[in-house]
Design a protein around this ligand. Structure first.
Ligand SMILES: [Zn+2]
Length: 90
């Protein structure tokens, strides 16, 4: 599988570390049940999914990737924004 880093270009997947689905975090005052679902439960959809990848063996950037989980085709990639670090919407 190949992943396109916005800074380095297309690279082998082994240069990256997978963090998981790029989900918007609940508000700080949301219920414990909402937080439990956010942290522990996943939908595992078949098809396009927004994900976080870290270019660990390259430039060190965090990248938001839109990937088809069935075909593994990379549909889009962009550098993470500072507001992404605290779960803000992107
Ligand atoms: Zn890179």
């Amino acid at each position: 599988m190949r992943i396109t880093c916005p800074l380095c270009g297309e690279r082998d997947r082994r240069e990256f570390t997978y963090r998981g689905a790029a989900l918007d975090a609940p508000a700080a005052d949301d219920s414990a049940e909402t937080w439990h679902s956010h942290v522990h439960l996943r939908q595992n959809p078949a098809g396009p999914l927004e994900e976080w990848w870290h270019h660990q063996q390259g430039c060190g950037s965090w990248i938001r990737v839109r990937r088809d989980t069935v075909s593994h085709v990379m549909l889009a990639s962009a550098l993470a924004k500072p507001e992404d670090a605290d779960g803000g919407s992107a």
